[in-house]
Design a protein around this ligand. Sequence first.
Ligand SMILES: [Zn+2]
Length: 239
Amino acid sequence: MTDPFAALLALQDLDVRLDGIRARLAALEAGEPLRATAEDLEKTTAALERRSRLLQQLERQAQREEAEARELRAERERVEARLYGGEIASVKEMEKMQERIRYLAETADSHELAALEAMEKAEELRPVVARLKARRERLEGEVARIKAEIETEIKELRRQEEDLAARVDPARAAVPAKLLSDYDFHRRRRGGDVVAAVDGDRCTGCSVVLPVALLSRVKKRERLETCENCGRLLVWLGG
Ligand SMILES: [Zn+2]
């Protein structure tokens, strides 16, 4: 026959280990170890999409401005060809054409400038987009790695849980009914480790030295006494 108090501590050891495993399983199943990396990946992807869109806009803008400048220059050349072709006799008409040529040249220049500015901005943005792409790739790898680790840990913990859970009923059967009901009552109320062994004259739950009178009652092992400091049920195993 095992010592009933030792049996109670053994049961508690099982229950506390099961609590720990189940809490860890819940955290893993909620994807907790993944959270920070997944959030980082989400933010990086959003930033990459934003910058990529902006880069495309700038590239298209540069092309548009460039095309506009080309068209204006072509028109200027056509007007110049007519002006210097010797067919225009009216001075007034020639002045109008010269005015038009100046306007076309200036407008072409301003479009050319806008194209250059857009290209410069795009140039600045390209390495930023490249960095974000590399970062996203790294984070995607990281997420896959963490997911695989979580899977492995869940499998291992489920195995441990099953193993320990199968030992609970036999462990409970080894504890006398009165001790068991006290234990269950405290577990329901407080959770965690509610029973503490006494080592020498100390409660091992909180390390406080127990009063002499309490210690002698604990040593009688007639019923479960309570540590006045931490509230745990005290168990004396020593001879
Ligand atoms: Zn205590």
